[in-house]
Ligand binder design. Structure first.
Ligand code: 5RP
Length: 264
């Protein structure tokens, strides 16, 4: 791997722990003004300093993130569908690698839809993006998007993650599932998990994060479970404690409750 590629990866997968906390704020690219992300600037402002990387689209990056901020950017570069359509898999690349370089990003991200109608199109997009990324030293993160008919089980998610890595993805983002270690063991590149829909309690989020990092994930690329929380800053700081210190879920909950109690 080229020096530039390794340097960019190490900007967000931290050398001291080998782990990463990415904050996903790209949801608007097909969901529009998602709850508590209606005003991305407001949502991002108190959280960005606690994240190892931020994952926005180019529109949110340009309009809602101060360019003087040094947090690495993992830029969402796929899209082309909206939640109003039945089939979300009809995605293409929406932002060129040249533009990503101009915005000084640390990686680019796209979704692949294994098993969906447009599987091939999204896998070819991944392959082409990797080839361009290799030319410029920009890592590619592949999100294993789950179509409406797909089970979020290890059989499906390990298949999609492995295919992403075989086509050259440098990082894979997927979902936590039972037998998760089978997925991480069969995927030769770093794996991060999405949080998915907001879980019922903070402890549920801490348990999922702990289980993921102790079963081989290098961290999380989490959105709704952080910024849809009533206590987003306490939430991101507590998830961070698990990701970088392997704090147990109960320790993270104590930390979370202390942070909440200390608030004015
Ligand atoms: C959509 C995405 C989102 O960024 C991803 O789902 C992460 O956010 P959340 O933790 O809210 O699920 O990649 O395809």
């Amino acid at each position: 791997m080229d020096w530039g590629m390794r340097n960019r990866l190490s900007r967000f997968i931290k050398a001291d722990t080998g782990r990463c906390l990415m904050l996903a704020v790209d949801h608007g690219y097909f969901l529009g003004p998602t709850r508590k992300l209606e005003n991305p600037k407001k949502t991002i402002a108190p959280l960005i300093e606690h994240a190892d990387a931020l994952m926005p689209t180019r529109g949110v990056l340009r309009n809602c993130v101060d360019p003087a901020h040094n947090t690495p950017i993992v830029l969402r570069v796929s899209g082309g569908t909206s939640v109003l359509k039945e089939d979300l898999s009809d995605e293409a690349i929406t932002t060129t690698m040249e533009e990503a370089v101009r915005m000084n990003v640390s990686a680019v991200a796209l979704s692949i839809f294994v098993g969906s109608e447009h599987e091939k199109q999204t896998l070819i997009s991944l392959s082409k993006l990797v080839s361009e990324g290799e030319r410029y030293g920009i890592p590619v993160l592949a999100v294993t998007a789950v179509g409406k008919d797909m089970a979020r089980d290890v059989r499906y998610l390990a298949l999609a993650s492995r295919i992403a890595s075989e086509l050259g993805a440098h990082v894979v983002k997927t979902y936590y599932c039972d037998d998760f270690e089978k997925l991480t063991e069969s995927c030769p590149v770093p794996v991060v998990i999405a949080g998915g829909k907001a879980l019922e309690t903070p402890l549920d989020v801490f348990e999922m994060t702990y289980n993921a990092v102790t079963r081989g994930a290098v961290g999380v690329d989490m959105g709704r479970n952080i910024w849809q929380s009533d206590q987003p800053v306490a939430m991101i700081r507590s998830v961070r404690k698990i990701v970088h210190e392997t704090a147990k879920p109960e320790e993270a909950l104590d930390f979370f409750e202390t942070l909440v109690a200390e608030q004015p």
